[in-house]
Design a protein around this ligand. Structure first.
Ligand code: SAM
Length: 258
C-alpha cells in the first residue's frame, strides 16, 4: 500500500518537473534571484534550486574528492550546480534525474561547461540506481530529498553505490511533521553514514522569503514571460510555502560512508 502511494507521488512529481523543464528558466525569474542574492547568485550554474555560490563552494570542498575521481549527482535537474562542482573539483560527473526534459538540457549544458567528455547523464529514479556497489567516490544532491516520499530508501541507495570513506553532501529542507522537524540525521546513521557536519545554510530563510514575495509581486510579468503553464509552479510554490516557511529549515549535510 505504502509503495503504491510512494509510486503515485513519484509519478506526479515526474509530471510536474517535466512541465517545469519544458521551457528554459526564464530571465524574468532569474532576475528575482539576481536581485535577492546579489554576488551570491551562481550565474553560470543557473540552478533550479535555492543553491548559492557560497553553498556550491562548500559542497565542492566538502566532497573531499580528488581530481579524476567520479561523483554522482542525485536529482541533477538541468545539471547546472552539479556541473559547476565537477568543473571546480575536476572530477568525472554522472547526473541522474527523473525528468527527461531536464536531462536533455543538462547534456547541452555540459558542453557550455566544456566538460562534456567527462560527464554522463541518465534518466532515472534515486530509489533504484542501476550502478554497481562501491562505484562512486562522492555523491551530492541539491534541494531534492525533501520531495522524496521515502528518503530512507535514497540514503540506502547512496550508501550502496558509494565507496567506503566517500562523502555524501546534500542540501534539503527539514519540514515540520507532527509538530517536529524531520531531521535526516537518524536516516544517515541507520544507513551507515557518519555525520561530519549538519546545519542551516547561511541566510536561507531571508532569501527564500524574498524570492517568494517577489514572485507573487511580479506574477503578471512572469506569466507574460513564461506563459501561464510555465509560471504556474513557481507561483504556486511561492503561495504555498511563503506562509509556512517558519515550519522548515534548509540544511546542508556532509556525511561519510563508513
Ligand atoms: C528543485 S530541482 C533541483 C535540481 C538541481 N539539483 C538543481 O539544483 O538545479 C529537484 C529535482 O529533483 C528531481 N527528482 C525528484 N524526485 C526524484 C527522484 N525520485 N529521482 C530522481 N530525481 C528526482 C526533479 O526531477 C528535479 O529535477
Amino acid at each position: 500500500m505504502n509503495e503504491q502511494k510512494d509510486q503515485k507521488v513519484l509519478d506526479n512529481l515526474k509530471v510536474l518537473f517535466e512541465q517545469v523543464f519544458k521551457i528554459e528558466r526564464s530571465e524574468s525569474y532569474r532576475d528575482i534571484f539576481r536581485e535577492v542574492y546579489g554576488d551570491d547568485y551562481p550565474e553560470d550554474a543557473n540552478p533550479d534550486s535555492f543553491v548559492t555560490l557560497t553553498d556550491l563552494y562548500t559542497i565542492a570542498k566538502s566532497l573531499n574528492v580528488e581530481p579524476g575521481k567520479t561523483i554522482l549527482d542525485l536529482g541533477c535537474g538541468r545539471g547546472g550546480p552539479g556541473l559547476w562542482i565537477a568543473r571546480e573539483t575536476r572530477t568525472n560527473y554522472v547526473g541522474i534525474d527523473l525528468s527527461e526534459n531536464a536531462i536533455n538540457q543538462a547534456i547541452h549544458r555540459s558542453v557550455d561547461f566544456k566538460i562534456e567528455g567527462t560527464s554522463k547523464f541518465q534518466v532515472g529514479d534515486m530509489y533504484s540506481l542501476n550502478f554497481p556497489e562501491n562505484s562512486f567516490d562522492g555523491a551530492l544532491s541539491v534541494d531534492v530529498i525533501s520531495f522524496i516520499p521515502n528518503p530512507l530508501a535514497v540514503f540506502k541507495e547512496a550508501a550502496r553505490i558509494l565507496r567506503s570513506k566517500a562523502y555524501f553532501v546534500f542540501t534539503t529542507w527539514e519540514i515540520k511533521k507532527s509538530r517536529v522537524l524531520n531531521s535526516y540525521r537518524s536516516y544517515l546513521r541507520d544507513t551507515g553514514f557518519s555525520i561530519i557536519s549538519y546545519g542551516e545554510t547561511p541566510d536561507w530563510k531571508k532569501r527564500q522569503s524574498k524570492v517568494y514575495q517577489k514572485t507573487l509581486e511580479l506574477k503578471k510579468e512572469l506569466i507574460k514571460d513564461m506563459g501561464r503553464d510555465g509560471a504556474f509552479s513557481y507561483i504556486m510554490e511561492a503561495k504555498k510555502l511563503l506562509p509556512t516557511i517558519n515550519d522548515s529549515k534548509r540544511i546542508l549535510a556532509v556525511a561519510m560512508k563508513m
